[in-house]
Design a protein around this ligand. Structure first.
Ligand SMILES: *[C@@H]1O[C@H](CO)[C@@H](O)[C@H](O)[C@H]1NC(C)=O
Ligand SMILES: *[C@@H]1O[C@H](CO)[C@@H](O)[C@H](O)[C@H]1NC(C)=O
Ligand SMILES: *[C@@H]1O[C@H](CO)[C@@H](O)[C@H](O)[C@H]1NC(C)=O
Ligand SMILES: *[C@@H]1O[C@H](CO)[C@@H](O)[C@H](O)[C@H]1NC(C)=O
Ligand SMILES: *[C@@H]1O[C@H](CO)[C@@H](O)[C@H](O)[C@H]1NC(C)=O
Ligand SMILES: *[C@@H]1O[C@H](CO)[C@@H](O)[C@H](O)[C@H]1NC(C)=O
Ligand SMILES: [Cu+2]
Length: 784
């Protein structure tokens, strides 16, 4: 929202998932839609069909509408239509599918029972009552008929509650209050931050808030002043170094107060103290940050001479080799099969991943994406974001063909049902095959060379959470490996640089006039419900360890021998684990009851993938800001017994009550036996992000990536990629080489259209997926 006040214009907006959050006065709350995945190019829509229904699919628009109508018939909910609702009414936040219990799905997948009943889950913003809450219900079974019920939904929350106190209910009022109140301090902002700009300039000052404490659904907030930039979204690079604290710890705004001020490393108890200081001789002003070409993400100037030639690109001259059932969101490629589904908060998850008919993973998906900052000012010092609170699925915007994904990819659309409306995000998932620049296998011998191409399948989506863009990939390799990868780009959330010599470079590095980078940890939690050749599995730690041994065949002169060996240690109880130092331990999930032809237990290894270094966990111990809301972040991964009552490690509402969150992950880790049980691994991707001058204007994806791979380990009798990779064997003789191709070669007469190389982008953002509308609904973009 952009609201202008007289001199010095103060645009009050909010960049933090907290107080100012998603809800804007003129817009409905949240709402959810069925995810329909609609191919738009590159895919031969034949008669390919999934063998089963996608029982995880989100609600269709019709189902969602039925649920909404049903809710409005329940007078005890006392619902107001979102278009009319104020922050003192009850309204529908979102409607989406309630994921079925695995217990009920397994029978269906094995053919022994009917598909489980479909239920919807509903979040209601309950603000008509004295205590503002967000309350969760389940509604069903679907389709809605006389038997349909609305029931409290708490089985999936370790707190045992179905509600959380809603500190964001006061957002609208707080924004309005701040707008009117902060104008009283225009003399301060004008003196410290002012210049001759038009006071009604939309690029004027804005403020954003960070919750510094939450209690009973109300809050104390530190706000900071920044320059706003409605088009470029650069306000996180334009902090102005002035901060003030607002006490909004009651719902009644007549009790709200401006508390302290902070400027240039000095804390002032009141605004008058700051005024006195300003007027005293010798007062030192900090610098300012102003916008300019330095924040532009693109440089259109000439650059290197060779930039004028377009670079090499990937094409798909003979059509797609994967198959997608668009109705059921089911994909088949080179022996892999899986279902896709979306959720409004966590984007795309995969289900029932099989490789050559064997079960590998029942569920693979994001749970939460945390960014935790540190610094010596009141904003950075307590800043953290839990990005599902912004509804990352809904923030999956349209992908740019030819740039985000190859031109020939299949693009799928998703939809969500928020505040009685369906939002469609056009072309927000892409699926494509790609051939790596390196082979998956090669070998030269005296007379023979063999090389196999490394072709893999990618499911990709991008979630833009205000200043940050996360690109998520699920990658499938020909040997049965499955990789989960995240890369971040976008604007850093920078700190104001005061040039304080006492702690120079303690939390980051100076990157512009009065700007410092701000160290932070990214930790993204994923669930992998592994079913390695069946649901009952055991996690084995395979130690690679030094040892001193005597072998009977060794010369007495050199006995004993220093060497190394393998040690297997099954993990017997639920626990957290870290990637071993020097990779001295492999983590392998095995099925003790299924062996390969050689009598070895079939397994999949869980390992850091091809990111920058090992994935990280949270550096901060017992974070003051997070409380108990993200305890999964303290280790690299957790191995737990799967339960219907623990479907998610986190809730998008956890930030509203950090010390008594809806889902307290630590309660999942309760010492249960996990040998040959149905295991779940909650693992973290992450990076310690210490931005430097190269993060200006944007963080680059190759410096901010993290990945975990699931790789077959004795799962097969030999490498299965031999059967599906494509390549050449050369027999080299005196007369020359005789190539023998496996798979097919390209043939003459391949015709390319320009759009195969450079898609027509003039239709981008057209049809139903109006990015600007969606982003306005969501909130983060317009603040920027
Ligand atoms: C229903 O909500 C309205 C506000 O929308 C409120 O004024 C009224 O008191 C509520 N009724 C009940 C019975 O809670
Ligand atoms: C899933 O299982 C839990 C725990 O047994 C149960 O409370 C819940 O009702 C089940 N969900 C559905 C949709 O049946
Ligand atoms: C929150 O509620 C509790 C219990 O009702 C009360 O003791 C406490 O003072 C309240 N805190 C605030 C900040 O209102
Ligand atoms: C699975 O293996 C365990 C030993 O690891 C054995 O005790 C159990 O009987 C086996 N179960 C089946 C169904 O074969
Ligand atoms: C964090 O909390 C744990 C458990 O309460 C405690 O053992 C540990 O000492 C704490 N660490 C720090 C740095 O406060
Ligand atoms: C997108 O939506 C916005 C706001 O509703 C509207 O102003 C704009 O014209 C729309 N753009 C397109 C391409 O439909
Ligand atoms: Cu970062």
């Amino acid at each position: 929202m952009i609201s202008t006040v007289k001199k010095h214009c103060v645009l009050v907006s909010a960049f933090i998932a907290f107080i100012f959050f998603i809800i804007t006065p003129t817009l409905p709350l949240i709402k959810r839609v069925r995810t329909s995945l609609v191919p738009s190019r590159g895919h031969d829509a034949g008669a390919f069909r999934a063998p089963k229904l996608n029982v995880w699919a989100d609600l269709s628009t019709e189902e969602a509408e039925d649920v909404v109508n049903f809710l409005f018939k329940k007078s005890d909910l006392n619902l107001t239509r979102s278009s009319l609702a104020t922050s003192h009414d009850n309204q529908i936040f979102f409607v989406e599918v309630l994921q079925p219990n695995k217990t009920d799905v397994l029978g269906y997948l094995t053919g022994s029972s009917a598909p489980p009943d479909r239920w919807a889950r509903v979040a209601i913003v309950q603000s008509a009552t004295e205590e503002a809450l967000i309350v969760n219900f389940k509604v069903g079974p679907l389709p809605i008929n006389e038997a349909a019920e609305i029931l409290s939904l708490e089985f999936c929350y370790s707190s045992g509650r179905n509600y959380v106190a809603n500190s964001i209910s006061i957002q609208d009022e707080l924004v309005a209050w701040s707008l009117s109140k902060l104008v009283e301090f225009s003399d301060i902002t004008q003196e410290l931050l002012g210049d001759d700009e038009d006071p009604f300039d939309p690029n004027g000052l804005s403020v954003g808030g960070r919750l510094s404490s939450v209690e009973n659904g109300t809050a104390v907030v530190w706000v900071h002043f920044a320059l706003s930039n409605p088009t470029g979204g650069t306000s996180t690079l334009l902090p102005q170094g002035l901060y003030t604290q607002i006490d909004a710890s009651t719902r009644d705004s007549s009790n709200w107060k401006i508390l302290q001020w902070y400027y240039n490393n000095v804390l002032y108890d009141t605004a008058n103290d700051l005024r006195d200081a300003i007027n005293a001789p010798g007062f030192k002003k900090a610098g300012r940050n102003t916008d300019g070409p330095w924040t532009e993400t693109v440089d259109f100037s000439e650059g290197h001479a060779d930039r004028s030639k377009p670079p090499p690109t990937m094409i798909q001259p003979t059509g797609a080799r994967y198959h997608i059932d668009e109705e059921e969101n089911y994909v088949s490629w080179m022996g892999f099969e899986f279902f896709m589904r979306t959720s409004s908060d966590a984007g795309v998850a995969l289900h029932d991943i099989k490789f050559h008919g064997d079960s590998v993973i029942y569920e693979l998906g994001l749970q939460e994406a945390l960014a935790h900052y540190a610094g010596d000012d009141p904003t950075q010092g307590g800043l953290e974001f839990m990005d599902t609170s912004f509804y990352m699925g809904r923030l999956m915007f349209e992908l740019v063909p030819g740039y985000d994904c190859p031109a020939y990819a299949t693009y799928l659309s998703t939809s969500y049902h928020f505040a009685e409306k369906t939002v469609v995000n056009q072309n927000s998932i892409c699926v494509f095959e790609h051939t790596a620049d390196y082979p998956i296998q090669r070998h030269s011998s005296t007379t023979r060379v063999s090389v196999s191409r490394n072709t893999y399948l990618v499911v990709r989506f991008v979630s833009t959470v205000w200043n940050y863009d996360y690109t998520f990939d699920y990658i499938f390799y020909l040997d049965g490996t499955i990789e989960v990868k995240v890369r971040a780009s976008g604007f850093i959330f920078a700190a104001f640089w005061t040039g304080n010599e006492a702690n120079e470079d303690e939390y980051g590095f100076r990157v512009h006039d009065s700007l410092a980078s701000s160290m932070h940890d990214h930790v993204l939690n994923f669930k992998a419900d592994l079913d390695i050749a069946g649901a009952d599995n055991t996690m084995v730690r395979l130690g690679i360890e030094p040892i001193t041994l005597e072998y009977p065949w060794d010369d007495d002169r050199i006995k004993p021998r220093n060497t190394m060996h393998l040690v297997q240690r099954p993990v017997e109880k639920e626990t957290g684990l870290d990637w071993a130092r020097n990779s001295g331990e492999m983590l392998i999930v095995m099925n003790q009851n299924k062996t390969n032809e050689w009598g070895e237990k079939r397994g999949y290894r869980v390992q850091p993938g091809s990111g920058i270094g090992s994935p990280t966990h949270l550096t901060i111990l017992n974070s003051t800001a997070l409380g108990k809301s993200a305890l999964w972040a303290s280790r690299d991964l957790w191995v737990l017994k799967r339960k219907d009552t623990e479907p998610r490690s986190a809730s998008s509402l956890n930030f509203l009550d950090p010390w008594d969150p809806l889902v307290d992950f630590s309660k999942f880790v309760d010492d249960e036996d996990i040998v040959q049980e149905d295991l779940v691994i909650f693992f973290n991707l992450g990076m310690h992000h210490v931005p430097h001058s190269g993060d200006i204007p944007n963080t680059l994806m190759h410096t901010s990536s993290s990945s975990v791979m699931f790789t077959p380990f004795n799962f097969h009798n030999r490498d299965p990629s031999r059967l599906n990779s494509q390549g050449v064997q050369l027999d080299v003789e005196a007369k020359g080489a005789k190539p023998r191709y496996f798979g097919q070669t390209y043939h003459e007469g391949v015709k390319l259209k320009k759009s195969d190389l450079e898609p027509d982008l003039t239709k981008f953002g057209g049809s139903s997926g109006n990015v600007s509308w969606v982003s306005k609904l969501v909130g983060p973009i317009p603040w920027a």
